[in-house]
Design a protein around this ligand. Structure first.
Ligand code: CO
Length: 134
């Protein structure tokens, strides 16, 4: 059901420092920081030949990644995002199998303007999973 790895998201306490690590130390192509107020994050996109890395930093007081950074002050992998062809069919199949979909279970528009859902880490090997319809 899942297709390509769309991105790996890494929450970072210092966006400028993390961007420098990817650009200068690792030699990757990085975007300018983009504020996504509706998602409560500022993001830098790192383009790799076969996928993307997203460096996430809290934006605003209600950021969904603030708690994660409290528990992981050095930063860390926050979620992985897999592509699906039909997000509603994927959701229904997962719910039928007992998996928990976060929030109200309805897809939201993600950072790339496409429908996304998040799945409970306890049902997926301890990893927060994002599904994105492509
Ligand atoms: Co994501």
């Amino acid at each position: 059901m899942i297709g390509r790895l769309n991105h790996v998201a890494i929450a970072v306490p210092d966006l400028q420092a993390a961007t420098g690590v990817y650009r200068d130390t690792l030699g990757a192509a990085v975007s300018a920081p983009q504020d996504l107020p509706e998602h409560g994050v500022t993001v830098v996109f790192v383009d790799l030949p076969n996928t993307k890395i997203e460096l996430l930093h809290p934006f605003g007081a209600e950021s969904p990644i603030a708690g994660f950074l409290d528990k992981n002050p050095s930063g860390g992998i926050h979620h992985v995002c897999y592509e699906v062809d039909d997000i509603l069919a994927a959701r229904d199949r997962l719910k039928d199998q007992g998996a928990r979909v976060l929030g109200d279970g309805e897809p939201k528009t993600g950072a790339h303007g496409k429908p996304v859902l998040f799945l409970h880490p306890k049902d997926f090997a301890g990893t927060l999973v994002e599904l994105e319809q492509v």
